[in-house]
Write a protein that binds this ligand. Structure first.
Ligand SMILES: [Zn+2]
Length: 270
């Protein structure tokens, strides 16, 4: 990946530093378990109005997701600057959620949580650079505005899986070559992505696309226990009550992009 040669993927400055993808403070809650983190990569080929999944690749990486570090962000302006400030502000919200505590989330807290979640998804995607679908414009938007881009959708869930130390990342990048008319896609660029991140009792799921409306992602109709926090819909959200999901729900959610791609493909063939 070109940016890893020395320029920050958010601001373009040199002076990269090794950065935890997930705040190190969460290690106190999540421990340092010796687990594997599965990642599914997805590639599709398409004609206008439909596409076929032609290849998928499950990659098992050693080590819990939350202890991973990447060297893609500059030290001064980003890592120790606005990113740390965002983490500090958001920690009073995400720490109770990771612990599974009851919490009513105000609109402001949802806003903060959505910004923090999108920041993690943007950084984590560099573990899967071949299928990266998040644009520079989206990263710049978060950096400048302190909130996810308007074309992002983010959900939360309260995870009831057996493993309290679950820490995992599942990324799907979808390549839609037929979108050539809006973006240069000669490099087989992924255009749609979902990131599903589990941190003990907190699951968050981010969807973004380079071209708004290119993919009908109706995941809310299909998945139990997810609650939207971006765009903000509810003033006061009881996340634990509204968003309980078991392991099967979470696994379905993390696989939903290929699932819905297949369904969309089938529908368009009717
Ligand atoms: Zn930077």
């Amino acid at each position: 990946m070109a940016q890893a040669q020395g320029f920050c993927v958010f601001c373009g400055r040199p002076g990269l530093t090794k950065q935890h993808i997930v705040p190190d403070r969460l290690s106190a809650i999540l421990g340092r378990p010796d687990v594997v983190s599965p990642q599914l990569k997805l590639r599709s080929e398409s004609q206008p109005e439909r596409f076929d999944v032609v290849d998928d690749d499950l990659i098992i990486k050693q080590g819990a997701f939350h202890i991973k570090k990447l060297r893609i962000v500059c030290g001064e302006h980003c890592n120790s600057g606005w990113m740390r400030a965002l983490e500090e502000r958001a920690s009073s919200v995400f720490e109770p959620l990771v612990r599974g505590q009851s919490l009513y989330l105000s609109a402001d807290q949802q806003h903060l949580l959505a910004a923090w979640a999108s920041q993690i998804a943007m950084v984590a995607e560099y573990t899967d650079p071949e299928y990266a679908a998040i644009s520079q414009a989206d990263r710049t938007h978060l950096m400048i505005n302190g909130e996810p881009p308007p074309n992002w959708r983010i959900w939360l869930g309260h995870f009831l899986g057996k493993d309290k130390n679950d820490s995992s990342y599942n990324h799907h990048g979808l390549i839609q070559p037929y979108l050539d008319w809006t973006i240069k896609n000669d490099k087989n660029l992924a255009t749609v992505q979902t990131s599903t991140i589990t941190l003990s009792r907190l699951v968050f799921h981010c969807f973004s696309e380079r071209r708004r409306g290119s993919f009908r992602y109706n995941v809310e109709e299909k998945c139990r226990g997810i609650i939207p926090i971006w765009p903000i819909k509810t003033e006061n959200l009881n996340w634990k009550k509204a968003g309980s999901m078991n392991e099967a729900d979470r696994n379905w959610l993390s696989m939903s992009l290929p699932g819905l791609a297949h369904a969309q493909n089938k529908e368009s063939r009717r």
